[in-house]
Design a protein around this ligand. Structure first.
Ligand code: FE
Ligand code: ZN
Length: 523
């Protein structure tokens, strides 16, 4: 492995004086950086107070019992994350210096790739439902066929015509899962015919696991052997998934701040913490390190639940501070208005916002949120929405179906959601659908087309809804759940869900690094 020893030895010419100083500091202290860590250092050197961080890293390494010589990218990243989350926390004080947001010099580059229509006609008839599922099947069948191992697959009605004992790959929609004493069954259909696929309990463990992770209404490819007219034995289950690929990045350094679930109007809204967040964006709060980061923020994305709404769940009024929806949006816009105009704000609705509940949701209705529409730097989109910022594709989705996933998947629970939230989000990419399960908690508008299919893998999948912060890179897609600004509600308490409010992930679009800052106030 290549490691950075010195400019002369490695033959690398570092021209940035700050990078030179940083590397000298590392080398003089008896440490080295590997190639990836060097690339990472280059990308952050002019963004944050690198010297302080490196000093901290060296102190930590010197104190550690095994004293590693090489500083890796992972170690640097974890150190920065830790610094931003903890040690700087008590130093969050009023800034006396002059704040010059660099983001004013960055030209905004927002492209809206998909935004749900404001109005759709749907009649809820059986015909429309059939067309909807046909479209879901056709779209995901096409995605499945992009896989090398699925190219030669056939649809269910064709599989029925195949001879006995033939082994084929069959694409269909899962309509039923049945568990028997010694076996399980899956029924799949293609809008014309259906077949039953059998899996014995004695089958390969991997296959049983795949069965447990299969959702009703998702499109799947099953490799199976025909044993009777419409009965097959499964050999393998293939979900569409996303291919492993290189993430698109911005050519210039620019930060996007992701958040969601403000729940303004709720008694549990964490106003003090949210004010600190706004003041940080204004350059009025935080350490120098935090201010350097705020300097580079060009975008703020809010993934739904801006307000707590009215009548969203039984007895909600007991937990409301503001019982008028217009007033909730007025208060929200007053807070958002405080954010510097150089920051572009992009919002989508959540299930607490004032718009149609069925997905795809149109943007929050103008008649309720006029003060937000009046703000020049706010773009109001629907849910889900697809945008591109400086070449980086974002799929913004509030995350209502995460409840259905948590209810159906064997490896995600509300109890351990902090560790498992990205597992839940991964299922959306694996099934290539924003709401794979139909007719559960997530209402879907019956339309002749399925606009909830994830037709191309995004660079960032940003969701909220479950009020738990988490992130992970999955096959080149950065999954982020942006947490919340609301304390645990009675409803969440009953579910055993412990929210992690006040943590805000900041994404550096140049290298897709996630910097989480904790704004949660102890007062
Ligand atoms: Fe919420
Ligand atoms: Zn929600």
């Amino acid at each position: 492995m290549f490691s950075y020893q010195s400019r002369e030895e490695s033959g690398m010419e570092e021209t940035d004086p700050l990078l030179k100083q940083t590397l000298s500091l590392i080398i003089e202290s008896g440490y080295q950086v590997d190639a990836r860590a060097l690339t990472f250092l280059k990308s952050i050197v002019n963004t944050i107070e690198i010297k302080d961080i490196i000093k901290g890293v060296i102190e930590e390494l010197t104190a550690s019992p095994d004293k590693p010589v090489l500083i890796s990218e992972e170690f640097l990243k974890s150190r920065i994350t830790k610094l931003l989350q903890t040690s700087e926390q008590p130093t969050f004080t009023e800034n006396t210096g002059v704040f010059k947001p660099c983001a004013t010099d960055i030209k905004s580059k927002i492209e809206v790739l998909y935004n749900p229509a404001d109005h759709v006609d749907f009649d809820g008839s059986i015909q429309v439902h059939l067309k909807y599922f046909k479209d879901r099947l056709t779209k995901i069948e096409k995605i499945l066929r992009e896989r090398m191992d699925v190219k030669d697959a056939i649809l269910v009605s064709e599989a029925l015509k195949r001879p006995l004992r033939s082994r084929t790959k069959i694409i269909g929609i899962v309509t039923e899962k049945k568990e028997r004493k010694n076996s399980v069954f899956i029924r799949i259909e293609d809008c014309y015919a259906n077949i039953l696929v059998f899996i014995s309990h004695k089958s390969d463990k991997n296959l049983i696991n795949k069965y447990a992770r299969l959702f009703i209404d998702q499109v799947v490819c099953i490799e199976a052997t025909k044993i009777k007219d419409d009965l097959f034995v499964a050999n393998d289950l293939i979900s569409p998934d996303i291919p492993d690929r290189k993430t698109n990045v911005s050519s210039e350094q620019v930060y996007a701040v992701l958040t969601s679930d403000l729940h303004i109007g709720s008694k549990k809204f964490l106003k003090i913490s949210f004010d600190r967040f706004i003041n940080w964006l204004k350059g009025k709060e935080g350490s120098n390190l935090h201010k350097e980061i705020a300097n580079k923020v060009k975008y703020l994305i809010i993934a739904g639940d801006i307000v707590d709404g009215i009548g969203v769940y039984p007895n909600q009024e007991k937990e409301l501070d503001i019982t008028n929806i217009y007033e909730q949006y007025e208060v929200a816009s007053k807070l958002i208005k405080e954010i510097p105009e150089s920051i572009e704000i992009i919002t989508i609705p959540g299930n607490h916002d004032a718009t149609r509940q069925a997905l795809p949701q149109p943007a929050i209705l103008r008649k309720y949120a006029k003060p937000l529409y009046d703000l020049k730097n706010v773009t109001m989109l629907g849910d889900p929405a697809k945008i591109r910022l400086h070449g980086v594709e974002f799929l913004l989705y509030h995350g209502r179906s995460l409840d259905d996933i948590i209810g159906a998947a064997p490896d995600v629970t509300y109890l351990h959601l902090e560790q498992e939230i990205t597992i839940a989000m991964k299922y959306l990419l694996k099934t290539r659908h924003v709401a794979p399960i139909f007719g559960s908690k997530t209402p879907i508008a019956p339309m002749p087309v399925d606009n909830l299919v994830i037709d191309s893998p995004p660079d960032v999948l940003h969701a909220g809804h479950v009020h738990v912060f988490g992130y992970e890179n999955y096959r080149g897609t950065l999954l982020v759940n942006s947490g919340a600004w609301q304390e645990q509600t009675e409803y969440q308490k009953k579910m055993g869900l412990i929210p992690t409010p006040g943590i805000v992930p900041i994404i550096d679009l140049k290298n897709m690094t996630v910097l989480p800052i904790n704004f949660l106030s102890s007062t």
